[in-house]
Structure formats: C-alpha cells, structure tokens
Design a protein around this ligand. Sequence first.
Ligand code: BTN
Length: 257
Amino acid sequence: MTENPYKTIIHDNICIHYFEAVSSTMDIARNMSRSNCPNNTVIIATHQHSGRGRMQRQWQSDCGGLYMTWVVRPQLNAKYCFAYTFTAALAIVHTLDQLFNITAQVKWPNDVLINTQKIAGILTETQCENNQFSFLNIGIGINVNNQVKSDTLHAISVQDLVHTHVDLDSFIQPLCNNLSNHFRNIRVDHVLKSWKVHNCTLGKMVRIVLIDRIIDGCAVDINQEGALIIALGNGQLETVTYGDCIVPGFKISSHEQ
Ligand code: BTN
C-alpha cells in the first residue's frame, strides 16, 4: 500500500508530514530516513494498523491518540542515543505542564506517567556506522483523546485528566516546538540532571524484566550512558541497559499488548 501525506507543514526547519492511516509511523520514517530526508522530519498519523511498542509489543493506535516519529540526525556518538529518548520524554512532561498544568514523571527507560498510569511511550530505532548515527528515529505515542480506560487501569489519557476533548493541533504545535528546542541544545549532563528531577524510578524497589532473567533491587542511580544502576539484595550493584522496569503499583499497560 502506498501511503502519502495528506498535508505537509514546514515551520522553523521542522517538516511535518501528516498521514491518515499508516502501518506504523516508524515504517514511514525508516523509509524516509533511508532516502536521506533531512534532520527534523516528522511523521504524524491519525491512526496506525500495526503500531509498535518496546520489547516487541503492539501499541494500540486508535484515532484520537498522537502517533509521531521524529527523525533526527545527531552528531553525537551513538552511545548517547538515550539522551534523545530522555529528552523526548522530558519535552512531553514539559508540554503537559505548559498546556494543562498536568504533572507527569518519566520512568526508566522511556515512559511518561501520571502517578502510576502511563500516558506516553517512546520507541527509538537507529542506524549507525562507526558509532555515528545515520539516523535516529524517535517514535512517540501519547494518549490524548483515545479510549484507554475501558481496557486498563494502568493507562490514562490527557482527556481523562482534563475532562474534555483536546484539540490535537493545539497539542502538536507546542509539543513540536518543545521537542525541537530540546533536541537543538542537547547536553548529556543537562539531560541527566533534568531527568533525575522528573523521574519516578530512582529510590524505588524495582523489578527489571530481561528476556532471560529478572533482576529485583533498588534503583539507585542512572549512569552517564543512561543505564539504570540497581542495588541488589546482596549489596552488589548491577548496571542495566535494557529491559522492562516495573515499579510497585505500575504494571505493563495492556494498552500495549
Ligand atoms: C512503548 O512504550 O512501548 C513505546 C510506544 C511507542 C509508540 C509510538 S506511536 C508512534 C510510533 N509508531 C509506532 O509504531 N510506535 C511509536
């Protein structure tokens, strides 16, 4: 199926392509990245047939949610990929506060929560050569007006919080401004500092679910490469770079299946 944007807006060096239904904005972004689309190319879809979440999960993508992939072509060493995903999460936190006075928090590695309920998730896809990015595609799914309550208590939407329909365009514009401003000025030390201010992971007992094992312990810090440091029951520290992080009270939302 050929998918074409129904609208393209270029503003402040950001090029936003709006699509109706797509398989996944990640697929469109990957094709565009491989065809050398510029930095700050953004794909937004009304809904996705095959939305993807982390750890091979599906991302339910009904109309009313925000489904976006942002293509960046960073000059940073590829080990700092995390700085972009953390930055995207912080830009979402900032936008929710700015527009709706909603206080959200970031959960390692890439979630945005309201208390224990997930309001947004981030998925990144990269292509690198010699530790340099060819592209870094940041997929952002935000529950805005889409129904999440009926299927789970572990997800929440902006509409649930403000008790009224939210105009998506009025949300997208400031979000894109914030993402663009945050991406333009990335400094890893600043990102880590800000992430620590807004996180709900550190200081908590967590369970890290890896493909082949489970790690239980206290999340004590985040290192310079965005990995979570866990203090185990025996006093040893373990560094975790990947996996699901479950904090008490928070379950993997069935919104992601
Ligand atoms: C997660 O929390 O597991 C990450 C969810 C990421 C969902 C977004 S929606 C836009 C983009 N397209 C996708 O298929 N996935 C990401």
